[in-house]
Design a protein around this ligand. Sequence first.
Ligand code: PMP
Length: 404
Amino acid sequence: MYDIQKIRADFPILSRSVYGKPLIYFDNAATTQKPRCVVDSMMEEYYSVNANVHRGVHFLSQQATNLHEASRETVRQFINARSSSEIIFTRGTTESINLVASTFSDSQMKEGDEVIVSVMEHHSNIVPWQLQAERKGIVLKVIPMTDEGELLLSEYERLFSSRTKLVSVTHVSNVLGTVNPVKAIIDMAHAHNVPVLIDGAQSIPHLKVDVQAIDADFYVFSGHKIYGPTGVGVLYGKEKWLDKLPPYQGGGEMIKNVSFEKTTYNDLPFKFEAGTPDYIGTTALAEALKYVSAIGMDNIASYEKELTQYAMQRLREIPGMRLFGVTEGKGSVISFLVGNIHPFDMGTLLDRLGIAVRTGHHCAEPLMHRLGIEGTVRASFAVYNTKEEIDALVAGIERVSAMF
Ligand code: PMP
C-alpha cells in the first residue's frame, strides 16, 4: 500500500503556503524537498557526534568515521555496486562528471579522440567535455533523437570510430522525461570496447538502479534530487577504471605518504576524496536512501508512473497544449508550452496560485535548439505529489490561458 498521507506528513515544507495558497511543489527535477529524518540526521550528528573523520583516535572521530563509511555501504547497496571502494563521494553530479572528464581525458585520451554524448544532455554533461576539447583537442559526437524525444540508436551505432574513447549519456532526460535504454547503449559501446558514463541525476530518485545489471562503467548522481542534502553526491566507477585514473585533486585524505621527493596516493575510494568530506551530508544522504528504500523503489516508480500518465492525459485536454517528450514509459518530468504564452509568464502566474514549476532552458540549450524553442514550462513529480495537485495545475493553466 502506498500511503500518500503518511509520506506527505514526513515533509514539513508541504504544509506551508505561498501567497496564501497551499504550496504545490512541482519543481522536483531541480531539487526535492527533505523528509524530517534527513534534516534530523544532520542536526543530531552536528549536536552529538561532530568530529573530523578518518584520522582521529578519539571517540567522536571514530563514531563520525563509522557513520561516514556506513553511508558509503548504504550507497553501495542502493545501486548494487560490487564494492564500497567503488563509491566516491563528491559534491554532486556536476562534480562527478567533471572528475571523470578531467582524469579520463588526462590519462586515456589524445588529441582527436572522441567522446559520444546525446543531444538531450544537461549542460553538466556537455561543458566538462568541451573544456577538455579546448584543453587537449578531444572531439564531441552527438547522438540525435526523434521529434518525440527518443534517441536514435542506429545513428548512435554509426558514431563509433577507432578514436571513440568514452560514451557519456543521461539515463533520464531532465526536460523530456525520456528513459533512455541504457543497457542497450552500454552493450553497444562495450561491443566497441568503449566504457560508458551514465548521468543518473534524474533516474536515481525514480527508478531502481543496479549498476552491475546495466554494466555501467561510471554512474553519477546528486543527493539533493533524491530527498538528501545539497552539496553531496556520488561517483560510482568500476574499480578497474578508477584504478586507471589519476587523482583529481590533491590534499589530505587522498595520500598515503608525502615527502618533497615523492608522494604516494591512497587506495580507492580515498584517492579521489581530497580534503575533509561532507560527512554530515553523507550520513544524511544515507538516511534519504533508507527512506526511499522503506517505501520501495518499485512502489515509487509505479506511483509516479500513474501520476505522470494522469497528468499527460489531463494536460492533453487543454487547448493549444504542446507537450515535449512523448515517449513510451517516460519518467515524471513534463515539459510544455501553451499557445504562444511565454513560459516565464506561465510560470510566474502559476506561482501566484501556489504552484511551483520551472521555466526556461533547464540547462539543456542544445536540446532547446533541437526542438526549435527557447524554453518550456516544466512540471516534475516526486513521491509526495498527488492527482489533486495535478488537477490544480490543469485548472491553473486554464486560468492563465484564459487571461491571454
Ligand atoms: N544532469 C541532469 C540530467 C540533471 O537534471 C542535473 C540537475 N538539473 C544535473 C546533471 C546537475 O546536477 P547537480 O546540479 O546536482 O550537479
